[in-house]
Design a binder for this molecule. Structure first.
Ligand SMILES: [Zn+2]
Length: 102
């Protein structure tokens, strides 16, 4: 007849021993480059457009360390149409609408 031991084990080994806790992820910073006013090709309304820059970075313990890339977006404030722009397109638009941003 076997005796089953119950209760406290001989050694208590914390579950976290030997492991390192890392908190990492990808963070996106959004910055507004300008709000030009022109006719939207989708809705046909003369409306303001938000020019946004999204900078993605690898983060370690919530600290941005490695840049992963930049994307530019143009969003119509009337119909919410959003298109991605290249760096050359965003430079051309900001140069036309805000010459002081050069
Ligand atoms: Zn629109």
């Amino acid at each position: 007849m076997g005796v089953q031991r119950q209760g406290r084990p001989d050694r208590i080994v914390p579950a976290w021993r030997g492991y390192v806790l890392l908190i990492f992820g990808i963070g996106t910073k959004e910055s507004l480059l300008g709000v030009p006013y022109y006719v939207c090709e989708t809705c046909g309304q003369a409306a303001a457009h938000r020019l946004l820059k999204h900078s993605r970075r690898f983060t370690l313990f919530f600290i941005p360390l490695i840049p992963l890339g930049v994307r530019y977006y143009d969003t119509c404030t009337y119909c919410a149409r959003t298109i991605e722009l290249s760096e050359q397109q965003i430079e051309a638009v900001t140069r036309q609408t805000n010459p002081e941003l050069r």
